[in-house]
Design a protein around this ligand. Structure first.
Ligand code: TRP
Ligand code: ZN
Length: 909
């Protein structure tokens, strides 16, 4: 038997978008037969291939990875072939354009597959993950998304161990085999690229639901989980039914399959995967019960189930020509799942809450990516390892780029554009240009159509544009001139940036906070109270007329473009916006800007000193801010969920992003001082908020009651914090009681987190109780680890706790969820604890990267990103971080995944 594994670690190849050439062969059909065995699975792959007449004749090069090759037959007979690295090269295929039967027999070892790409075993069940390039770990193939084939699949396995055998499409045959084995044969009616192939085999049970579509077609929906988890699938099934109904109602897109299956696994590199008709999910995004899942979990399940379902059209029916076009499916599908969640939330304020949450993710995580060493355009130009490009830029910024198109053509125009996109491209593998072109063509005369080429710079230029706004009021002319100026800093490999097309949704308020009718110079009458201004030059002025007094501008409403807005808005104006803006997003934003301003001033003010224990005693929040926060907290009409967002200070990494040089301990101390002051000066109000909101009745994960739980949870945290400062024991005691009595996981975790983060000694007791109560539930144990690794640091106490937890019997580094819950919660989500003057956090980090890389490079490469922004750090952090990265880079045996990220991090040092 020939071992085709690539032993020579050659220098990694850079893949470039401009090098795209269509495939030399097409694969029309694939018939796969699997003899499933954890140690040695046999794969028989029979393909019908044909030369691509549009490409000059060349040998066929098939991708493979960690396969054992046993046999290659061409039209039923032997053939010569050679190996070139990982590729199987066939030089002597018959000439001419006749179809050729190619048969390849290989074996692989699923039980040894810790990368979780290709075919692997999780808790005794077989799963596959093929996106992006995992199919080549199952069989030799043209493993690229523009090769679309018809699949038929036969699965054979031991019947008692693997009673359920699943693959894409329809089950056409099943039966018994000798030796206690059985088989199932699946045929997928739709052509698909290899990355959408899936199989699952194991002992699973399913929640089933029959539905009839609007169009009258019958469908069977199934959610497969391990025996015992069935009661936790109701929310996922409801989310799936809601997704199907929503796509039909909003976009006229129906389910194109008789059967749609979701299967959950606890070992998964990402959130979920949209394999045609057989979505595979991380259990985290399927399983929920009120006693084990939080409101956030419920909301995430709804959005991820929606996301994967929506891929059935945006991704599967129309797919990507190459992986540079990844955002074509991901940006669009994230936009669709965001809209779905907003439509499900229904009330205008719940919609705004969802928008604020999405923007918060974008700004705290994608903006730093766009300003760091891994910055790349929404449509990248090159990569070494595609797995490293499943990024916030591709997903979240990509969704914003789609949202801007939506904003430029309007809701109906967008639906028309999407319809034209499917009319033109159904069944094809296309590019981001094709999408934008369809949007523009369906909306002739729109701002998008008029400036399409310029708009597409959002796909080609990396970096976050800054928009500087200045206003000047002319009392004589009764006019207000708003001047918007844009700029964008260079990113690696892109020095010059050309102006973007930036939609800026704008309103003006009078001093009392009332909206003004907006009439732009040259218009005969006012058009609306909110207008979409389109900035497309480096600098443009917009003149509003009939303005009787100096107005308060409300810019970038709803976060209409993914930019950093810089404006000279006074604190007084921000207070007006916070109290009155009709746009809920900007109302929240005004509060965040006020808090950010206070934090940045305090960080820079050398007269504000820290005590020996690292605390700042000074009162940083002025009375006006405290009063404004009290006003929001006590407001009679605002939703609890919105209040919780306003009363939460900007995060440490968001504050850090605004600084040229970051001292993470300074940022931590300042934010903690602000939080403590908010806790103590509003103590009576927090008490009121707790009392008014903590009883949420029978558990329902709807936005209204979830909002009440979020606000009462925040209140409890603040009350424990205040108690810690005054030595009061009443609130910690009550919090422990709440923790014990909680009727749902949201309340339980809020109480536990309030104790842990206030540093109260009762926390230890609560943690022990939580562990013994939930030790058999992996997803709840993940919360237990994450809570401790993410705890507010007091004198460097978190790292020793994390190291201790690494030795805990329940810690398993091979399980990505568990690794994320402990290691990532500490390194990537707890800056105050991670950035230590003694560099011990970085040492721990580099050791974990190296340890993980040998197991699962994809997960390891994500962990590397924790130090993306090392160049911004103040000393001694900067030098220590650089050394830690260099220590990783010095290892000769790194994966391409980790190698690419550390190389970029150290580049141009
Ligand atoms: N396409 C998946 C999504 O819905 C992403 C994904 C899931 C993935 N598993 C993966 C990407 C493994 C790379 C590797 O977003
Ligand atoms: Zn996706």
């Amino acid at each position: 038997m020939l071992n085709a594994q690539d032993a020579t670690t050659s220098t990694p190849t850079i893949i470039r978008r401009e090098d795209y050439i269509p495939p030399v062969y097409w694969i029309d059909s694939v018939d796969l037969t699997f003899d499933l065995d954890p140690a040695k699975t046999r794969v028989l792959n029979r393909m019908r291939i044909r030369r691509n007449p549009d490409v000059a004749a060349q040998p066929l090069r098939l991708h493979g990875d960690e396969l054992n090759l046993a046999r290659v037959l061409v039209n039923g007979g032997g053939t010569s072939f050679k190996m070139d690295g990982n590729q199987l090269v066939l030089e002597n295929l018959p000439e001419g354009n006749e179809p050729v039967e190619l048969e390849i027999f290989t074996t692989c070892a699923p039980i040894k597959n810790t990368k979780l790409m290709g075919l692997y075993v999780s808790q005794g069940t077989f799963f596959t993950q093929c996106e992006a390039e995992g199919f080549r770990r199952i069989t030799y193939f043209l493993d690229r998304p523009d090769v679309m084939a018809s699949y038929s699949v036969t699965l054979r396995a031991d019947k008692s161990l693997y009673p359920v055998l699943l693959s894409n499409g329809n089950l056409v045959e099943q039966g018994e085999l000798e030796g206690g084995r059985h088989f199932a044969r699946w045929v997928d009616p739709h052509k698909k690229p290899s990355y959408l192939f899936a199989l699952v085999a194991g002992n699973l049970v399913a929640r089933e639901q029959k539905i009839k579509s609007r169009a009258g077609r019958d469908h069977l929906l199934q959610v497969f989980v391990r025996p015992g988890d069935l009661e936790k699938t109701e929310h996922a099934m409801n989310s799936l039914m809601a997704s199907i109904a929503w796509d039909e109602a909003r976009f006229g897109l129906s389910l194109d399959l008789d059967r749609f299956m979701i299967v959950a696994t606890s070992d998964f590199n990402m959130g979920a995967m949209e394999n045609k008709g057989l979505n595979v999910f991380n259990t985290k995004y399927v399983l929920a019960s009120q006693s084990t899942a939080t409101d956030t979990d419920y909301a995430n399940i709804e959005s991820v189930v929606g996301h994967e379902y929506f891929h059935n059209w945006t991704g599967n029916r129309v797919t990507c020509r190459d992986w540079f076009q990844l955002s074509l499916k991901e940006g669009l599908t994230v936009f669709r799942d965001q809209e779905f969640s907003m439509d499900m939330a229904a009330s205008p304020s719940a919609r705004a809450v969802k928008r604020i949450e999405d923007v918060r993710v974008l700004r705290t995580a994608q903006f730093p990516e766009d300003a760091g060493p891994m910055a790349h355009p929404v449509r990248p130009d090159s990569y070494i390892e595609i797995n490293n490009f499943y990024t916030l830029t591709i997903y979240e910024k990509g969704a914003e780029v789609v949202r801007m198109q939506h904003n430029l053509v309007g809701r109906d125009g967008f639906a028309k554009g999407l319809a034209l996109y499917f009319e033109r491209h159904d069944g094809q593998a296309v590019t981001c240009d094709d999408f934008a072109q369809a949007m523009a063509d369906a909306n002739p005369g729109s701002e998008l159509a008029q400036r399409l080429e310029q708009f597409k710079r959002w796909y080609s230029q990396a970096g976050t544009p800054h928009v500087h706004a200045t206003g000047s009021y002319d009392a004589q002319a009764r006019s207000y001139t708003l001047t918007l100026t844009q700029s964008c800093a260079p990113t690696p490999g892109q020095g010059e940036k050309l102006p973007f097309v930036i939609p800026v949704q704008t309103g003006l308020l009078n001093r009392n906070g009332q909206p003004l009718a907006l009439r732009l110079q040259g218009e005969s009458s006012p058009a609306a109270e909110s207008r979409l201004l389109v900035l497309h030059e480096a600098s443009q002025s917009f003149v509003f007329t009939d303005i009787d007094e100096q107005p308060v501008p409300s810019l970038l409403r709803g976060f209409s473009a993914p930019v950093v807005l810089e404006s000279d808005t006074s604190d007084q104006d921000l207070l007006t916006l916070l109290a009155h803006d009709a746009d809920a997003f900007n109302r929240w934003e005004a509060g965040q800007r006020l808090a950010l301003g206070i934090a940045l001033n305090a960080i820079a003010d050398s007269t504000i000193t820290t005590s020996a224990g690292g605390q700042i005693e000074a009162r940083l929040l002025p009375p006006s801010f405290i009063e404004a926060m009290r006003g929001v907290l006590r407001h009679a009409e605002l939703d609890a969920a919105f209040k919780e967002l306003v009363l939460t200070l900007p995060g440490e990494s968001y504050i850090a992003e605004q600084l040229e040089v970051v001292d993470p301990q300074r940022v931590h101390a300042v934010r903690e001082a602000m939080r403590l002051q908010l806790a103590t000066e509003l103590q009576a109000d927090w008490q009121w908020a707790w009392e008014a909101h903590h009883d949420t009745g029978a558990y329902r994960p709807d936005p209204l009651s979830a909002g009440r739980r979020a606000l009462s949870g925040l209140a409890l945290g603040m009350l424990c914090l205040a108690a810690q400062a005054t030595g009061d024991e009443v609130w910690p005691g009550r919090t422990l009681q709440r923790f014990k009595d909680a009727g749902n996981m949201t309340d339980r975790v809020s109480a536990l987190s309030a104790l842990v983060n206030s540093g109260h000694p009762l926390a230890a007791k609560a943690l022990a109780r939580f562990h013994s109560q939930f030790q058999h539930d992996a997803l709840v144990l993940d919360k237990w680890f994450a809570l401790q690794a993410g705890a507010c640091d007091r004198g460097g106490n978190v790292l020793p706790a994390v190291k201790q937890l690494m030795k805990h019997a329940d810690f398993q580094i091979k399980n990505p969820n568990r690794a994320r819950s402990l290691i990532f919660s500490y390194c990537s989500a707890n800056p105050g604890a991670f950035h230590r003057a003694d560099a011990a956090g970085y040492v721990f980090w580099s050791e974990r990267v190296i340890e993980l890389d040998a197991i699962n490079p994809q997960v390891a490469a994500r962990l590397v990103r924790a130090l993306d922004r090392w160049k911004k750090l103040a000393e001694p952090y900067r030098t220590a971080a650089r050394e830690a990265i260099a220590r990783i880079a010095a290892k000769p045996e790194l994966s391409n995944d980790v190698r690419e990220v550390v190389t970029r991090a150290l580049a141009a040092d």
